[in-house]
Write a protein that binds this ligand. Structure first.
Ligand code: RFL
Ligand code: PHB
Length: 389
């Protein structure tokens, strides 16, 4: 098989890229290791930045989102039992917080891509990336037990943190920066009504908690746990007890409901410099991971491929290589700003096991400042709603 752009991974990065390329008249094929069902059912992100939503609409992908997403004017910050509303829309000239689950975005992107005649090969695992320093790279993949090969002009590894893309760049040509946070998030989905009209980010002496939503009858909640905790250590009663304590506020009651999904994710910050080697480009989680506190991972993945699609279009249609040569530098500028914001939100809202009394007071003072000061809120809002694209 042969195509112009060989894409590894049908996550947000790979699928958005295929759509952007298609609109520019550039052919691509996506190779995805998992089945379509698995991709469409994996529970991950929920918050979309304003410009991502606008772009989905402009690409004709906004119909179901507009019908089903929750749009919030702001978020709530909580310190102990005290709450403050942060007016994101008012502080950013009208940018709203959109809650629409990642797997719903993926369902929309996959359906539209297939309707356009696009090629996504599910259950196709890339095992080897060849010739990235030549102008004839190839992807070797296995499909139904058969070894196959996709020849292409460029390879985009949108294959997530554990995919083979990043490792295909020689170690001497990349530099990696990483931090493993000393805690994780336990995430649940439950059948319960909305408890509060917007997201609550809560800092409590026991640890962080986040209340978010999926629909009027399904709620998503997260709580800080150990980085290696087993979900078995978190029976439902322990989860509700922790959530009630951490989200407690006078005159307010968290609505409980049957829990039907439970996962633990360790928190990590990671950036790979570079994001290009020869004819291989990295995009999304393949190149960087941010802790979910800032709700940025998916949004950053989309930002990468917007820059990349433009660069590939300039090269393939106008014979200009400056875009592909500066892709890594341009993408990394935003990556580091988003890594910084996610680090800051995470450090402010979580209790580290090594935190002493002084650290705890400083952290509480920082959160109090944000909850009281409009300029401090404006800085948070600018980043949370999404830096300009
Ligand atoms: P993905 O989504 O991991 O997709 C990579 C795809 O590549 C496939 N793959 C391969 N295919 C073929 N051959 C191989 N050898 C392959 N190896 C891997 C995989 O099967 C997979 O389908 O990466 P991408 O596209 O870069 O997208 C990144 C986002 O998924 C991620 O950053 C977000 O989910 C992060 N995130 C959040 N981001 C936000 O913007 N807003 C949020 O509110 C938000 N909340 C979250 C989150 C992530 C979370 N978890 C579970 C880590 C909340 C949580 C709890
Ligand atoms: C979610 O809805 O899953 C979500 C929202 C905000 C975050 C992280 C996750 O910061």
């Amino acid at each position: 098989m042969r195509t112009t752009i060989g894409i590894i991974g049908a996550g947000p990065a790979g699928l958005f890229l295929a759509h952007l390329l298609h609109r520019a008249g550039i052919a691509s094929v996506i190779l995805e290791a998992r089945s379509r069902e698995a991709v469409e059912q994996t529970i991950r992100a929920g918050m979309l930045e304003h410009w991502v939503v606008e772009r989905m609409r402009a690409m004709g992908l906004g119909a179901r989102l507009d019908a089903e997403a929750h749009f919030h004017g702001g978020i709530t910050l909580q310190s102990g039992t005290e709450r403050a509303h942060l007016d994101i829309a008012g502080l950013t000239g009208g940018k709203r917080v959109t809650i629409y689950a990642q797997h719903e975005v993926l369902k929309d992107l996959i359906a539209a891509r297939l309707a356009d005649g696009g090629e996504i090969r599910f259950d196709a695992t890339v095992t080897r990336i060849e010739g990235i320093e030549s102008d004839r790279p190839a992807l070797h993949y296995g499909e139904g037990g058969v070894a196959r090969r996709l020849d292409c002009d460029f390879v985009v590894a949108a294959d997530g943190f554990h995919g083979p893309g990043r490792q295909a760049i020689p170690a001497a040509a990349r530099r990696e920066y990483s931090r493993r946070w000393p805690f994780g998030w336990l995430g649940i989905l439950c059948h319960a009504p909305l408890s509060w009209p917007e997201l609550i980010y809560a800092s409590h002496a026991d640890g962080f908690a986040l209340l978010t939503t999926r629909s009027d009858s399904v709620q998503r909640l997260y709580l800080q746990c150990g980085p290696d905790d087993d979900v078995a250590a978190w029976p439902d009663a322990r989860i509700w007890d922790a959530l009630h304590r951490r989200l407690a506020s006078p005159g307010w009651q968290l609505a409980e409901g049957a829990i039907f999904a439970k996962t633990v994710v360790p928190l990590r910050s990671f950036v790979c410099e570079t994001m290009r080697h020869g004819r291989l480009f990295l995009a999304g989680d393949a190149a960087h991971i941010v802790p979910p506190t800032g709700a940025k991972g998916l949004n950053l993945a989309v930002a990468d491929v917007v820059v990349l699609a433009r660069a590939l279009e300039a090269f393939l249609h106008h014979n200009r290589s400056d875009g592909i040569e500066s892709y890594a530098a341009r993408a990394l500028e935003r990556v580091w700003k988003v890594a910084r914001f996610s680090w800051w939100m995470t450090a402010m809202l979580h209790r580290s096991p090594s935190e002493d009394a002084f650290d705890a007071r400083i952290r509480a003072a920082e959160l109090a400042h944000v909850m009281e000061s409009r300029p401090a809120q404006a800085a948070l809002a600018e980043n949370y709603a999404g830096l300009p694209m």
